[in-house]
Design a protein around this ligand. Structure first.
Ligand code: PLP
Length: 465
C-alpha cells in the first residue's frame, strides 16, 4: 500500500455555500499551512497522514476552521462524537466539574466516578456486572488480554492461549499490538507471542474478490481442525477469544453462526469471550453494542471513543469474577477515572438515552445504507461492497484500471469530498468509511451523501488528480 500524500499546498476550488457546508478559501486553507508546517516540524511523523484541515471548532455534526470553512462531518472524529461534537449536556457537565475545582483524584474515590460507574453498569446489558476505567482504547484491550491470561491461570490451563483475528486492530501498545491482526504492525515487537493464535478473518469475499457464502458454523469447524493440527488443545490451552466486533477498516461483521459457534465452544471448554467495542460501542451500529448483532453473551467487552463522545476515556466491562481477577491495587492507572472524563461519560450515557440515539442510529442507518446501495448499483465496477450496520458504513473501493490502485482511488475520493465540504473517514486502504455523529439531521446526512456521489463521479471522470 503506497502512502497517499494529500496536497499540502492550497488548491483553488469552487466555493460552496449551503445550510450545512461552506468552502470559501483554497483547500488546504492558505492560513492553515503555517500551523500544519509546525506540526510536521515538531511532532513525530507517526501522527501525520491525515487530511490537511486545522480544526478550530466542532459542533454537533459540523467541523469549522478559523477561516470560514465548514464541513459536514461523516467521521465523528473517528467514531468518538456519537452524541454530537461539543454536546451541550456534556459541555455543561464538564463546566460544572471545572467549577467544582476537581481536576484530578488519582485512584482516590470521587462521587462522579461512583455515579458514572453505577449508571454505566445499570444502563448496559446484565452480563456486564463491573467495569474498570482507563484513558485509551489500547489500555482497555491490554487489560482484556491480561484478564484472559489471568483467567487461564486461575482455571489452571496448560497455556495462556488467546485467539485473535487477522485484519483486526486493537491498539498500538505492546499487548494490543500482539493481538492485532496485521503482521507489519507487530514486526517492531521482535517476537510473536506463542500463545496468541491468529485465525484468518472470514471476509465475505475470497482472494480473487468473489463472494463467499460459507456458513459460519462450517468455517468454525475448519478453524478448529487447523488449531488441532497445530497441537492446540481447545480445552486446556485457551484462556479466551477476542473479536473486534466488526473488522474496522472494512466495517465487516463476522458471520453470526461463526461467533455463536465460538460462544458455544467457550461455554463447553471454559474460556472467555471478549469483544473489542472501542469503535463499535454506544449506538454506532444501531444497537448499544455491536456484539448484540450476534445474539451471544460476552464475558468481557472493551470500550472507548463513543463512551464519552469527547474526553479520553475507555473501559473494560464484564463478569464480576473476571474483572476481580487482579489483586487489589494491581490493575490501576494514574489517569484512570479522571473526574472530568467521568463527568463526560455520565452526561454522554444520559444523552444517548434522552435523545434515543440507538434508535436514531438504526433509523438513519436505513437511509444511509439504502443510498449507498444505490451508489453501488451506479458504480458496480468501482464499489464492490457496502458493509456495516446502523450509522456505520464502508464502501469497498476497487480500481479496475490500476493494479493495487484501489487505496489511492479511495484517498482521492476523500480528498475531493474535503474540497467540497465533506469529511469522510480516510482509512489509507481500499475502503471509505462513514460514521457521522448519531445526532446528524437527515437532510444533512442526505446532503453529505450527495457530495460523496459527486466526488466519486468527479474522481472517476478524472477531474481530481
Ligand atoms: C477497534 C479498536 N480497538 C482499539 C483501538 C485503540 O484505541 P485508542 O486509539 O483509544 O488507543 C481502536 C482505535 O482506533 C479501535 O478502533
Amino acid at each position: 500500500m503506497a502512502e497517499f500524500d494529500f496536497a499540502r499546498t492550497p488548491v483553488k476550488v469552487p466555493p460552496v455555500k449551503t445550510d450545512f457546508r461552506c468552502i470559501k478559501t483554497d483547500i488546504p486553507a492558505p492560513q492553515s499551512i503555517a500551523i500544519l508546517e509546525r506540526l510536521y516540524k515538531f511532532e513525530s511523523r507517526s501522527m501525520h497522514g491525515q487530511m490537511p484541515i486545522v480544526w478550530d471548532r466542532a459542533k454537533d455534526f459540523q467541523v469549522f476552521d478559523k477561516w470560514g470553512n465548514c464541513w459536514i462531518d461523516f467521521t465523528s472524529t473517528i467514531f468518538v462524537a456519537n452524541a454530537g461534537h461539543a454536546n451541550d449536556a456534556i459541555s455543561a457537565a464538564l463546566r460544572d466539574t471545572l467549577d467544582q475545582d476537581l481536576l484530578h483524584t488519582y485512584t482516590y474515590a470521587s462521587e462522579v466516578r461512583a455515579d458514572f460507574l453505577q449508571e454505566l453498569i445499570e444502563r448496559t446489558p446484565p452480563e456486564l456486572e463491573k467495569a474498570y476505567l482507563v484513558s485509551a482504547g489500547t489500555e482497555a484491550t491490554e487489560t482484556a488480554f491480561k484478564l484472559i491470561r489471568l483467567y487461564a491461570d486461575r482455571q489452571q490451563k496448560r497455556r495462556h492461549g488467546v485467539i485473535a483475528f487477522d485484519g483486526s486492530f486493537h491498539g498500538r501498545t505492546l499487548g494490543a499490538a500482539q493481538i492485532s491482526g496485521t503482521e507489519a504492525a507487530r514486526r517492531w515487537i521482535g517476537f510473536e507471542d506463542p500463545n496468541v493464535f491468529h485465525l484468518p478473518f472470514p471476509y465475505p469475499w475470497d482472494r480473487q474478490g468473489n463472494p463467499v457464502n460459507e456458513s459460519g458454523r462450517i468455517r468454525f469447524e475448519r478453524d478448529m481442525e487447523n488449531l488441532k493440527e497445530q497441537g492446540i488443545d481447545i480445552a486446556r490451552d485457551l484462556g479466551g477469544v477476542i473479536f473486534e466486533s466488526y473488522i474496522g477498516w472494512a466495517a465487516a461483521f463476522f458471520p453470526p453462526g461463526y461467533v455463536q459457534a465460538w460462544a458455544d465452544c467457550a461455554r463447553a471448554n471454559d474460556f472467555l469471550i471478549a469483544f473489542d467495542e472501542i469503535q463499535s460501542g454506544f449506538g454506532r451500529t444501531g444497537k448499544l453494542f455491536a456484539y448484540q448483532h450476534y445474539s451471544v453473551t460476552p464475558d468481557i467487552i472493551c470500550c472507548g471513543k463513543g463512551i464519552s463522545s469527547s474526553l479520553p476515556l475507555a473501559a473494560v466491562l464484564g463478569r464480576a469474577d473476571v474483572l476481580d481477577l487482579p489483586d487489589v491495587g494491581s490493575m490501576s492507572s494514574t489517569h484512570s477515572a479522571n473526574p472530568l472524563s467521568c463527568a463526560a461519560g455520565l452526561a454522554n450515557l444520559r444523552e444517548i438515552e434522552r435523545l434515543g440515539l440507538v434508535e436514531q442510529s438504526r433509523q438513519k442507518g436505513d437511509v444511509l445504507h439504502r443510498r449507498l446501495s444505490d451508489l453501488q448499483r451506479r458504480y458496480p465496477d468501482h464499489i464492490s461492497h457496502i458493509l456495516g450496520a446502523g450509522m456505520l458504513a464502508a464502501l469497498i473501493v476497487r480500481d479496475p484500471d490500476i493494479e493495487n490502485g484501489s487505496d489511492q482511488l479511495a484517498s482521492r475520493i476523500c480528498e475531493c469530498a474535503l474540497r467540497k465540504g465533506l469529511l469522510l473517514v480516510h482509512t489509507g486502504r481500499e475502503s471509505i468509511k462513514i460514521g457521522p455523529p448519531l445526532t446528524i439531521p437527515e437532510d444533512a446526512l442526505n446532503e453529505g451523501l450527495d457530495v460523496l456521489e459527486q466526488s466519486i463521479d468527479e474522481v472517476l471522470k478524472g477531474g481530481q488528480q
